[in-house]
Design a protein around this ligand. Structure first.
Ligand SMILES: Cc1cc2nc3c(=O)[nH]c(=O)nc-3n(C[C@H](O)[C@H](O)[C@H](O)COP(=O)(O)OP(=O)(O)OC[C@H]3O[C@@H](n4cnc5c(N)ncnc54)[C@H](O)[C@@H]3O)c2cc1C
Length: 393
């Protein structure tokens, strides 16, 4: 076991850190304030080789291990959480499922769009009546000659209307007979597919969270990534999602580390009672506790990424329990770290003139999106007590 980064990984961290500090930090507040997608950052990431790093060489990528992408995510998130999420979704998320279970044509299509156009694939699972209880989803795909007709509604989908590739979770039916849950690729401009309401989200406002509406949207057979196969299709999609969970954890960790670093600098300049506030032991201990939380988060995230094992086609995805532990722990630890960092700034931290309040809003998301903290704890405890996945069974 070796806890050191190799020289190549150190270069990735340095590259992402430099880009973050010089290019992304100065405009992070603007994307947030204007609800604007940072297209210019996407192009900078693409040119720097930080999009689609995990894509296999035969589809034009660098075939890097998951941990390398995680390092880039963490370093970027210190400066701009939204931009870091784009790295996650071009390396994990829908891409994991497509690479593991898709056809070569689907892999080439999704990978090419990421590497050539900076596309950030969407993963469309959640519905108004199916969030944590995802197996309640109602969006359906009915067999028609040569393909499938999709009807239904998704909501809170990251990047709706921005992304070209959309992996949609549906319930497949053939002549009224249910086949199970699977995933199907729908392109942004496909007839019958439209974008509905755009959420006025609390944080991470630089990427739209939207409804996706499907009205008699007819998609050919060759776009089915995972077929409804009883409960097997859903399980495959969930396995494919474990990479996204680790990626989301790395965004939360990076935001927390960024806020912590700002607080450490500030505490040595800000004086109270004639001395720097870093002299007060009560505050030192808060920062020490936070340093431990950052390190515990990092260890859980790196372990989950480094232990990722091959699915079909050598796609490296983390184990469910390790991904869930990383996400559950980092979700609350990062919020505490950012909250403490904001506290060190007093009233200044509560102002929109500084990035702390944005980081606080941004980091709150990671106990909800990508599966809530409670959902992660449920999955961990099901492993402990060897219970089945579906609570109803
Ligand atoms: C910013 C953001 C981005 C998102 N991006 C995407 C995306 O790109 N794609 C996508 O498909 N979805 C996305 N989501 C949706 C997200 O995955 C869901 O919000 C999440 O899974 C929770 O579902 P819900 O909101 O319906 O809450 P509910 O399922 O209604 O849960 C409400 C509360 O009850 C708790 N709860 C529910 N069931 C249990 C249980 N059995 N035991 C204990 N507690 C329980 C939950 O933890 C939660 O605290 C995003 C959400 C946000 C906020």
């Amino acid at each position: 076991m070796d806890f050191q980064l190799n020289d190549d990984q150190k270069q990735i961290v340095e590259l992402a850190d430099t880009l973050g500090r010089k290019e992304f930090a100065p405009k992070a507040a603007t994307w947030d304030k204007n609800h604007e997608y940072p297209y210019e950052n996407v192009e900078k990431l693409r040119q720097a080789g930080l999009l689609g790093m995990t894509i296999p060489e035969r589809f034009g990528g660098q075939e890097r291990p998951l941990i390398d992408a995680i390092l880039a995510v963490e370093a970027t998130a210190k400066y701009c959480g939204v931009t870091a999420r784009i790295i996650v979704e071009t390396n994990m998320g829908a891409l994991g499922a497509v690479m593991a279970y898709g056809t070569d044509a689907q892999r080439q299509l999704v990978a090419g769009r990421i590497l050539e156009q900076g596309d950030k694939p969407v993963i469309g699972m959640t519905e108004p009546e199916a969030g944590t209880a995802l197996t309640d989803l109602k969006t359906r795909a009915d067999r028609i000659p040569g393909g499938w007709r999709i009807n239904g509604l998704k909501h809170w989908i990251t990047g709706g209307g921005i992304s070209v590739s959309n992996l949609i979770f549906v319930r497949f039916f053939d002549q009224g007979q249910e086949l199970g849950i699977g995933g199907i690729l729908v392109d942004k401009d496909h007839p019958g597919f439209t974008i509905g309401r755009v959420e006025d989200a609390c944080g991470l406002r630089g990427i739209p969270e939207t409804e996706l509406l499907f009205t008699d949207c007819e998609v050919p057979d060759d776009r089915v990534v995972v077929m409804g196969e009883g409960t097997t299709g859903f399980k495959k999609l969930m396995d494919g999602y474990n990479g996204q969970r680790v990626g989301a954890s790395a965004v939360a960790l990076g935001i927390a580390q960024g806020a912590h670093d700002l607080a450490v600098d500030w505490m040595q300049q800000r004086k109270a009672f004639g001395r720097p506030i870093s002299d007060f032991q009560g505050l030192q201990w808060m920062m020490a506790e936070d340093e431990i939380k950052l390190n515990c988060s990092r260890l859980l995230i790196y372990r989950a990424a480094c232990n990722a094992r091959g699915l079909p086609n050598n796609v490296m995805l983390p184990r469910m329990a390790e991904a869930s532990m990383a996400k559950a722990y980092t979700g609350h630890a990062s919020l505490e770290v950012v909250s403490d960092a904001l506290q060190m700034f007093g009233a200044y931290g509560y102002s929109r003139d500084l990035p702390l309040e944005r980081m606080f809003r941004d980091v709150r998301m990671f106990q909800i999106g990508g599966g809530t903290t409670q959902a992660q704890l449920n999955m961990i405890s099901r492993g402990i007590f060897r219970q089945k996945f579906d609570l109803r069974k």
